[in-house]
Design a protein around this ligand. Sequence first.
Ligand code: DX5
Ligand code: ZN
Length: 226
Amino acid sequence: MGKIKLSPSMMCADFLNLQRELDLFQQNEIDFLHIDIMDGHYVPNLTLGIDFCRSMKSYSPIPLDIHLMVENVDFFVERFCEFEGSWVSFHPETTWHPVRTIEVIKKRNCRAGIAIDTGVPIEQFKELYPLVDFVLIMTVTPGFAGQKLLPFCLDKIKQLKDYFNENNIRAEIEVDGNVSWESIPQMVENGATMLVNGSSSIFDKAYKRKEAIDRVRKMLEVYEKA
Ligand code: DX5
Ligand code: ZN
């Protein structure tokens, strides 16, 4: 199956010790920094912003995995694509023309992704799958960390994987929301190749950060060897 990529959700990070977080992530070959951008309109929350991303980029070489949960995505996508090499995902419902938004992201030398909300069937945006580098399957309704997984979303990962196999689509499948010790096996068995690790795995308060990273890696070994 190959290496499953880890993308810790930075809205869950210890904001008073970000350098320590980033140093540890780099020492442990963490693949991405998941950056949740929320505008208080598309989702009822405000989280990280462009200056946070600039600080991350100025200090760490780890690529950004920017998840845009914003109403006016075509305005914001131009700004967040300043971080070349980032993986930038958006909810297709937030633009009239998702194909054009994908083209903008790619033109700015970023990887393009679309996020499939919990209530959206995977068929709804199937025309976009051949155009993107990754698809983000939401397993919680977007807007907050610390929510409980919606079990019916687990099967959507498998439906997407099966659709990709049947149609020879090579996009990565990223899963976002309550990626926990209990849910990781099912998510990976269903086809996840990238995990957003938030409050119920890497940032689980019951563990030291390094212990939590090691525990995730240990859990994934059996799948990566398969
Ligand atoms: C929710 C965000 C997620 C969230 C994950 O809208 O997209 O990235 O931070 O946090 P947990 O893992 O706690 O659900
Ligand atoms: Zn996210």
